[in-house]
Write a protein that binds this ligand. Structure first.
Ligand code: GLY
Length: 300
C-alpha cells in the first residue's frame, strides 16, 4: 500500500503501438510537458526505437532547463560530470563522469556501436569522444552556477546541521537525503516491435566529484529487453540499492504496468519517477511532478 500522505503523478496504461515516451526528471515542472510532446514529435522515427530515444534525449540535453547535457548541475568543486546510457534488447552502452562534450547520450550510443566495451568512464571516455570528433563544449549555465552557490551557502550555514538534506553530507554519511528532487532525462520506445531506452543526467546535487548515479548502471537507472524498456529518475543511490529498472522489468507480464510501477516506486522515501513501455502500452509514475512527453505513429 502507498503511504496515504503521498501524492503520485501517474497515468493508466496507454495502449498504443509504435510509441515514444520521455520524461524531464522527477521534480521537473509538469507544465514543461508541452515542450516534451514537441521534442517527442520531432524525435520520433518510424523505423527505429533506438534513434527515437536518442533523438529525444539529445533534445532534452540541449535544453538548459533540464539537468542533462547543457544545464547539468555542478558538483561541489564546481565541475560538471555527466552520465548517460542507451540500451536495446541486444546492446548497451554508457558513459560515466564525462566532461566537456555537448551530448553524452550520443557518446553512450557510440560506446555501444563503435567499441568492444559497454561502459567508458572519465578521461578514457573523453579521449574516445575526441577521437570520434566530439568538439570541446562547456555545458555550464548560469542556472548551474546559481544552484551550486545556493547549495554551498546552505551547506555552510549553521542551520545545515539541523537540515536533513545537508547534515548527513557534513558528516559524509548517508548522502541520499541531500539530493534535490529534479534530475535526469530519459526516454523509452517500442517501434516495429523493438524496444529501446536512453537516459542522461548531470547527477543529483549536492554531489562530490567522481560520484556516480544510477543512470549509467544497467538494471539500476535503465533496462531494456524483449519484454519492455524502463527508465528511472530520482536519487541515484536509492535507485541503485533497489536495482529499480530491472526489478520493474522482471515483473512485466505478471501484472499491469501501472501497478508494477506504483508498487516499485512506493518502496522509496525520496523522490522517484519511472517511465516504462511493454507490449501492451506505456505508463509513468512519479512521487513529485514530472514533465512527460509522448508520441505514437497514430498521432503523426
Ligand atoms: N538519478 C540521477 C542521479 O542520481 O545521478
Amino acid at each position: 500500500m502507498l503511504p496515504r500522505k503521498t501524492i503520485y503523478w501517474s497515468t493508466t496504461l496507454q495502449s498504443v503501438k509504435n510509441s515514444l515516451l520521455l520524461h524531464g526528471g522527477v521534480g521537473s515542472d509538469s507544465s514543461l510537458s508541452a515542450v516534451l510532446h514537441e521534442y517527442a514529435r520531432k524525435a520520433f522515427r518510424k523505423d527505429s526505437s533506438l534513434h527515437s530515444v536518442v533523438n529525444a534525449t539529445v533534445a532534452m540535453e540541449d535544453d538548459p532547463v533540464f539537468n542533462a547535457g547543457t544545464g547539468s548541475y555542478q558538483r561541489i568543486d564546481g565541475s560538471i560530470q555527466m552520465d548517460a546510457a542507451v540500451m536495446t534488447e541486444t546492446g548497451f552502452g554508457s558513459v560515466i563522469g564525462i566532461e566537456r562534450i555537448r551530448n553524452p547520450v550520443k557518446l553512450a550510443l557510440d560506446v555501444m556501436q563503435k567499441t568492444p566495451h559497454l561502459i567508458m568512464a572519465g578521461d578514457g571516455a573523453l579521449r574516445l569522444a575526441r577521437l570520434l570528433g566530439y568538439e570541446e563544449y562547456d555545458p555550464d549555465t548560469k542556472k548551474a552556477q546559481e544552484q551550486r552557490a545556493k547549495v554551498m551557502n546552505e551547506l555552510d550555514s549553521p542551520e545545515a546541521a539541523k537540515n536533513p538534506r545537508y547534515s548527513p553530507f557534513k558528516r559524509m554519511g548517508d548522502i541520499s537525503k541531500l539530493i534535490l528532487p529534479e534530475d535526469t532525462v530519459g526516454a523509452v520506445a517500442c517501434i516495429k516491435g523493438k524496444f529501446a531506452a536512453a537516459v542522461s543526467t548531470g547527477g543529483a546535487t549536492p554531489m562530490l566529484r567522481g560520484r556516480v548515479g544510477d543512470s549509467p548502471i544497467p538494471g539500476a537507472g535503465i533496462f531494456c529487453g524483449t519484454k519492455g524498456a524502463v527508465v528511472a529518475t530520482g536519487i541515484g543511490e536509492e535507485i541503485i540499492k533497489h536495482m529499480l529498472c530491472i526489478s520493474v522489468y522482471n515483473e512485466i507480464g505478471s501484472k499491469s504496468l501501472p501497478r508494477i510501477l506504483q508498487e516499485k516506486a512506493s518502496d522509496f522515501e525520496g523522490p522517484v519517477g519511472l517511465i516504462a513501455i511493454d507490449r501492451e502500452g506505456y505508463s509513468y509514475f512519479s512521487s513529485k511532478p514530472m514533465a512527460v512527453g509522448f508520441i505514437s505513429e497514430e498521432m503523426e
